[in-house]
Design a binder for this molecule. Structure first.
Ligand code: GDP
Length: 184
């Protein structure tokens, strides 16, 4: 009997995905929108790591995405290696209306690569795309950085739901594809 039967591989899939980025870029709200279709206008991050498991379907197969949120630890530069350990996917989030959060992306990318596998599937996410008048980072700049670093790229709004599911799905589908190729 093959070690990986079709059923086994898919039913056993549990992908750890981490949300990474500066404080207040919208990480918690991206997760809340994706997992519960909720949005918190004045959300205050609680302290301590939290994760949420979300079932997804790819090619008719059930995948569980275990999505981790720093829950405010990044404010104290206190995201620990345990947070990243075992992650196979990452959403690297900045706020398109705050350039500093975009400038800090390379720092977060370094941290991600220090604490996790270099092959972690990563998407650069420019959140708060609804704040058109306050935009400080152009779409082209986001795209260019993603291309230079070999990342996927998307702009989202947790407020109006734009592209939120697509951001998570892009990562999960790519992980699934990589794993399928390895198994076959
Ligand atoms: P985190 O610290 O990165 O987890 O950020 P939060 O999810 O706590 O969001 C920080 C603030 O930005 C909160 O006041 C949110 O309501 C707001 N926010 C999050 N996402 C969006 C968005 O897509 N658009 C707008 N306009 N505000 C957002």
């Amino acid at each position: 009997m093959a070690f990986y039967s079709e059923e086994q591989t898919t039913e056993d899939y549990l992908f750890k995905i981490v949300l990474v980025g500066d404080s207040a870029v919208g990480k918690s709200n991206l997760l809340a929108r994706f997992a519960r279709d909720e949005f918190y206008p004045n959300s205050k991050s609680t302290i301590g790591v939290e994760f949420q498991t979300q079932k997804m379907e790819i090619n008719g197969k059930e995948i569980k995405a275990q999505i981790w949120d720093t829950a405010g630890q990044e404010r104290f530069r206190a995201v620990t290696s345990a947070y990243y350990r075992g992650a196979v996917g990452a959403l690297l989030v900045y706020d398109i209306s705050r350039r500093q959060t975009f400038n800090n992306i390379s720092r977060w990318l370094n941290e991600l690569h220090t604490h996790s596998d270099m092959n972690v599937v990563t998407i650069l996410v420019g959140n708060k795309s609804d704040l058109k008048d306050a935009r400080e980072v152009s779409t082209a700049e986001g795209k260019a950085l993603a291309e230079a670093q070999g990342l996927f790229f998307i702009e989202t709004s947790a407020l109006d739901s734009s592209n939120v599911a697509a951001a998570f799905q892009t990562v999960v589908i790519e992980i699934y594809n990589i794993l399928s190729r390895k198994v076959m």
